[in-house]
Design a protein around this ligand. Structure first.
Ligand code: NZQ
Ligand code: ZN
Length: 391
């Protein structure tokens, strides 16, 4: 196991009615004037907006609003948010929504405290030294941004989607009411579950030996997603299934499953180019890319695919042919993604084969290789894209 630092200071209020505490939590974490940040229409339709406003009003917290965050959030609204937050003198940002809203809130929080262009953080030209505190009310189990130090934003000018990382971005608190996720369309539920599962894969497929504790945590999260996702798709109001998925989403990405080991985020970066160019739902893009990545690297480096097959998917170990065991695990993963309604080809997500050179150019704009489990170059990534591109 490698040495590590682990800092995960977010306070979680979990369960039915948890949102009623939002106002007092803001006060507890020093907020006196809030920027309320949210997405499109979903929180108004399902009543979450009204509940959050009631909690702010009860706690007597003044707020100003900025809605309109789109999935795969854009730089334009972040600039608007920074200006509004400065003009109104807010000292706390409350994100009500999913990963896109939370990531946009994190970008605003860092941008308010920075004299330059906030995109410097995403272009790796500057590091985040300070940020306004943020809190979240989560409405979709997926990205894990409610407990993570990351934010992913698409630069509207270049259509490049990149992440920034800083412990300063970790939310002070996150309110998780699983009931709020019951109104998600089945596709979003499944895409969210896919993202959660794959956040764990990024940590599981590691070259670091002797990390049994995080291996077992990873397996628990993956098995929970395998069990609960079909249950919730059959019965969208199943509270316990929603609750297990929601907490799995947090555990998958606040890095408790990833400490002490090398991680491999190549396939996430390969997907981000798709969601930036075609506005694909992130989890659906991952459903296309990750099995393709697995099939490409398994022969080069099968070791971690064997426990993935046996411990996560229950494939019997074929001792003389571990590669066969590994391949059966990938097959079961693909069958699961199909069962929950996720795509597997470019044509299903609006991506085009002729754009592959552009996707590869963007991905390798300022680096030579991607990933660690198996290091990938431009040629490797081209082949991965081509393997799922339709003629
Ligand atoms: O905009 P509204 O109307 O709210 O609709 C949203 C949106 O269309 C809808 N939705 C959310 N909660 C709902 C609901 N609809 C009905 N009922 C509800 N309760 O769902 C759609 C997707 O929302 P979004 O926030 O985009 O989903 P998600 O949480 O999957 O976030 C995706 C973004 O997070 C980034 C992704 O790249 C993508 O941009 N990621 C962020 C990470 C992080 N910060 O740590 C890590 C991830 O790997 C990921 O890259
Ligand atoms: Zn993700």
């Amino acid at each position: 196991m490698n040495n590590f630092s682990f800092y995960s200071p977010t306070f979680f209020e979990f369960g039915q009615g948890a949102e009623a505490k939002t106002g007092e939590l803001i006060r507890q974490f020093g907020g006196t004037k809030v920027l309320l940040h949210y997405g499109g229409g979903s929180i108004r339709k399902n009543g979450v907006y009204g509940k959050v406003i009631a909690a702010l009003t009860t706690a007597d917290i003044p707020f100003t609003e900025l809605g309109g965050v789109v999935p795969n959030p854009r730089s334009g609204l972040v600039y608007e948010g920074i200006e509004l937050a400065k003009k109104e003198g807010v000292d706390f940002i409350l994100a009500v929504g999913g990963g896109s809203v939370i990531d946009s809130a994190k970008a605003i929080a860092a941008g308010v405290k920075y004299d330059g262009d906030f995109l410097d953080f995403y272009r790796k030209k500057a590091s985040i030294e300070d940020a306004l505190p943020i809190g979240t009310v989560l409405t979709i189990a997926a990205a894990g941004s409610e407990g993570s130090a990351n934010s992913v934003i698409t630069d509207e000018e270049t259509q490049i989607k990149k992440g920034a990382y800083s412990n300063k971005l970790r939310p002070r608190f996150s309110v998780l009411n699983p009931e709020f996720t019951c109104t998600l369309p089945a596709y979003q539920t499944a895409a969210g579950a896919t993202d959660i599962f794959i956040h764990v894969c990024k940590r599981y497929f590691s070259n670091t030996p002797e990390v049994a504790i995080t291996d077992r945590l990873c397996e628990a999260v993956m098995k929970t997603i395998i069990y609960e996702t079909p249950r919730v798709l059959r019965d969208p109001n199943n509270y316990d299934a929603r609750a297990n998925i929601m907490w799995a989403g947090m555990i998958a990405h606040n890095d408790i499953c990833g400490v002490g080991r090398e991680q491999d985020w190549a396939s996430h970066h390969i997907e981000h180019e798709l969601s930036a160019m075609y506005d694909v739902t992130h989890g659906a893009g991952l459903a296309v890319i990750v099995p393709a990545w697995m099939k490409y690297v398994v022969e080069k480096h099968p070791e971690r695919f064997v426990p993935f097959a046996t411990e996560v998917w229950g494939v019997p170990l074929d001792m003389p042919n571990p590669i066969e065991t590994a391949l059966r695990g990938i097959e079961r993963f693909e069958a699961f993604l199909k069962q929950i309604g996720m795509p597997s080809r470019f044509s299903e997500i609006g991506a085009k084969k002729e754009d592959i050179p552009k996707l590869v150019d963007k991905l390798f704009a300022n680096k030579e290789t991607e990933g660690f489990y198996v290091k990938l170059n431009r040629d490797d990534v081209t082949k991965i894209y081509e393997s799922v591109a339709d003629v």
